[in-house]
Write a protein that binds this ligand. Structure first.
Ligand SMILES: [Zn+2]
Length: 427
């Protein structure tokens, strides 16, 4: 890829980051009244920000700021220079509106093409894009990236899963882009149609937009006989394309660091944490025109490493996101992420990768119910399996669900469009 610093050196990269950061801070201060006000309030002179280590002095930007500035208060350009608008699906309240100039779209295409390249997708491959097209950034982001790479795109969008299977088979799709839960649903649907999902020509599943544990990845790889590659992104920064695993290592997502500068901070105090420690990911855009973002608190929990990677890329890698700070469930005083439950239950070969967590409040007590699906054709001792899983949850996570139910394969609802919903908190 042209102008990619991925294979240079940390020093070359750092120079580029510092140069772009200086421009971004000055540009944001001059063009976005919100940043002028927050930097003035924090007594930060934009000229004092010379390198990425100076970022610490800058205030954070939050989801609430996006909502307060709805729809376009954070835009740094006039409407006439905006080429595209997307919006993130807020489950509550107003969506976050994001904008792109021509140059922003070029950057997006570039980082998406690089992501696909890292995933092992090649220019002569056929990419089936099952992310939803529309305001959500997944559809058009992957679409443009695949085109930029030179691949053939099949814009199936989400849903209509039987047709996805037919097209993957008949058009010989090499790669499938979708959420991890949807990849499994495609495999199940193929089976229902009498098609062995392992016979589908797919060699790569490029998944993201939902947390995915390692056992879940193994399940995807096994069911579809393909390599599962995780990617990460968020609309507030650009969409998908912020970070991606390399096919060589599949061990941490390389951040496209010449465009997005990552920090990890203590979610409580906001203090920066050293490399390797888990905390909340904070991202600063380094090249955005329409919507520059300074120190955005993503709410996603991860850790960073600059250890050498076998693929040769020199960029920082981030761990798979274990949860969003927002997803944290406090159950009877114990901190718990849904992904922790997922990782424990999927250790059992007899448990299918579909589950549901229900929370209620009875009086002043929390009530936690976990529903798991058995694998197809399970004919073992259900009660004994239930006890083993309960034991394992107690030992690994110190939780003792009030209800732990094992249901037949296929009993839980599948998500065909959008992100899978696994937690129902009614407290
Ligand atoms: Zn790598």
């Amino acid at each position: 890829m042209t102008d990619s610093l991925e294979f240079t050196s940390r020093d070359v990269l750092r120079d580029r980051q510092n140069e772009r950061l200086r421009e971004t801070v000055r540009y944001s201060y001059e063009n976005v009244p919100f940043y002028r006000a927050t930097l003035d309030d924090a007594d930060v002179d934009p000229d004092d920000v010379e390198e990425v280590d100076d970022l610490e002095a800058l205030p954070f930007t939050t989801k609430e700021d996006f909502r307060a500035e709805y729809p376009d208060g954070l835009f740094a350009v006039d409407d006439v220079d905006v080429r595209r608008i997307h919006a993130s699906s807020g489950t509550t309240g107003k969506p976050k509106i994001v904008a792109y100039t021509e140059a922003d779209l070029d950057v997006w295409n570039e980082v998406m093409a690089r992501s696909m390249d890292a995933a092992g997708i090649e220019p002569n491959d056929t990419v089936q894009n099952a992310y939803g097209y529309g305001l959500f950034t997944g559809g058009l982001g992957f679409h443009a990236g695949a085109e930029e790479l030179g691949a053939t795109v099949i814009p199936t969008s989400s849903g209509n899963t039987r047709r996805q299977v037919e097209l993957a088979r008949d058009l010989e799709s090499d790669a499938l882009c979708c959420t991890p839960s949807y990849a499994l649903y495609v495999a199940e649907t193929a089976e229902e149609m009498g098609v062995d999902p392992r016979d589908l020509p797919l060699s790569t599943v490029l998944y993201g937009a939902e947390p995915c544990t390692e056992p879940m990845r193994e399940e995807i790889e096994e069911r579809l006989d393909a390599v599962g590659i995780e990617n990460y992104g968020l609309s507030e920064l650009i969409g998908p394309g912020v970070a991606v695993e390399c096919r060589e290592a599949q061990n941490g997502m390389h951040v496209q660091e010449d465009h997005f500068y990552p920090e990890v901070v203590d979610p409580e105090t906001g203090e920066p944490l050293p490399e390797g420690e888990e905390g909340e990911l904070v991202l600063t855009s380094l090249s955005k025109e329409a919507l520059p973002v300074l120190r955005y608190r993503t709410g996603d929990l991860t850790a960073l490493t600059t250890d050498e990677c076998e693929c040769g890329r020199i960029t920082t890698r981030m761990d798979s996101v274990t949860g969003r700070a927002d997803d944290l469930l406090i159950v009877r005083g114990i901190n718990l992420y849904p992904s922790q439950i997922e990782a424990v239950v999927l250790e059992f070969d007899d448990v299918a990768p579909h589950y549901r967590i229900d929370l209620y409040r009875e009086g002043s007590m929390d009530r936690l119910e976990v529903t798991l699906e058995l694998v197809e054709g399970f004919d073992g001792d259900r009660e004994r399996l239930r006890e083993r899983i309960a034991d394992r949850l107690r030992n690994a996570l110190s939780i003792d669900p009030d209800g732990l139910e094992l249901v037949a394969y296929g009993a839980l609802e599948r998500t065909e469009v959008g992100k899978a919903r696994r937690v129902y908190d009614r407290r």
